[in-house]
Design a protein around this ligand. Sequence first.
Ligand SMILES: Nc1ncnc2c1ncn2[C@@H]1O[C@H](COP(=O)(O)OP(=O)(O)OP(=O)(O)O)[C@@H](O)[C@H]1O
Length: 530
Amino acid sequence: MQLHKNAHISRAIEQFSDSTVERIKVINDEGDVIGTLSIENMRDILDSEDLSQSLGDILQAQLRRNKETSSHIDHQYSEILDSPIFTDIVNSLHDGVFITNGDGVTVKVNQAYERITDLKAEQLVGSHMEDVIKAGYISKSASLHVLKEERPVTLMQKIANGRNIIVSGTPIFSNNGDILYVINSVRDITELLELKHQVEDLQELKNLRQSFKEAYSKSEDSPFYVSDKMKNLLSIIERVAKTDAQILMHGETGVGKTMIAKHVHEKSIRSNNSFLELNCGALPTNLIEAELFGYEAGAFTGALSKGKKGLLEVADQGTLFLDEIGDLPLELQVKLLKVIEDQAFYPVGSSKLKHIDVRIIAASHKNLKQLVKTGAFREDLYYRLNVVPIHIPPLRERKKEIHAMTEHFLNEYNAAYGFDKTITLEAIDAFYDFDWPGNIRELKNLIEQLVVTTPEDHITRDDLPEELIQSSKHAPREEDDIIPLKQAIEEVERTMITKAMRKYKTTRKVAEVLEVSQSTIVQKMKKWGE
Ligand SMILES: Nc1ncnc2c1ncn2[C@@H]1O[C@H](COP(=O)(O)OP(=O)(O)OP(=O)(O)O)[C@@H](O)[C@H]1O
């Protein structure tokens, strides 16, 4: 619906009386729209404008009035923003605060923002957000999105100091619908992730101490292996699982010892009963003893008045996984040997022998044979535990698993966090040259971190932590790496296309040079998320 600017207001009232009309465009002689009337601003017009004027003049007068009101409000706001009390309030917040005006110019940042980003207020206040991006301080601006879309926006940003932050921008509107300010709240995702992991660590310790938590959920996936070496190992493990033979695992932290112990339990006839675990290195001697064997009421100061069942008793008919067995104090080693030999023990402070039926699986990152030589580990216990020795190699010796595991964890975290991210071959290349001291746990945590922190859908080499990039000198694959031909061909294709794209930039040119069709290149790149 539209009316000419010279029309009288009564025409507009007539139109609005017809209930289907919600907006009327006001046009000039050339047919250009010079303003819009809605039922809401009709109310203001009827209250405050001179109704003898033409529609065009009424719109002009209203625009002038709105500008005055908005500059009055703007003035009030800027007084508040500059006030010491407001500054104190925003500085007391743990989250970063970043405020721009309706033109996209920074007007305020709080101390938390400076801490998170390592940027100073002086570098930002007074600068337009486009200039802040051009200066390379931030990768994109939530304020500019809010101003463009006129609604709250949340996005991830990369900051010049390498951190990833999550920014939520909210517009503050004036009465006539203009955006006066955009208030952005800023969270450091790296910090959030660290906190999450700390909480998980604490939780783990708590679980151990309570000891009644069943540590294994049956829905958890089986270990994921692609190399022949690990597949063979897994088939041996599954065969041994059917028997009650003692398994002693050796391997660095994070290689998957606990996961394999759970798998043994799951494949054994004990799978309907408890799987419990205890890290012998995590607690002092007297606590380990109480955890393992339990105690009678009043056995020692601080003991629960009812006494407490030990893990051995709770795990009856099930499996008990003893991690870091090399850290088990000598006096408890004797007690454990007796449990393995007799399937019976005395709780602390009790003279009543308890009979149990528990499979014990032990693991250690230390060389137990060496500990036996130095006298720190009992030889008889060592031979008792070491019926089936299993060595789980570190990730740096299983390099051909890296690619597949990366994709595996990527799928897992994409599903968990609702993303659909991909990782470039260049980034995976860097993984091959890294030592992975924390092994699979470290790789898994890194993928989780990358999935939630990278702002784009493609995780690239630039998103990786500095130490990883430093260690990556594009060392060639190990010569004896035998991988399926299909995978090898795909890797060569991917390397070739990535290289060619870097050099020739367009898929048309790359197709020409590699002598294939352009659609082949596009299809493959789409598949790899390049
Ligand atoms: N083959 C695998 N497939 C999928 N995930 C794995 C695999 N191996 C290990 N992981 C994952 O890596 C992490 C570390 O594994 P796990 O806890 O079993 O290692 P660990 O050797 O027991 O470490 P630690 O000695 O420090 O306790 C876990 O989150 C586990 O789920």
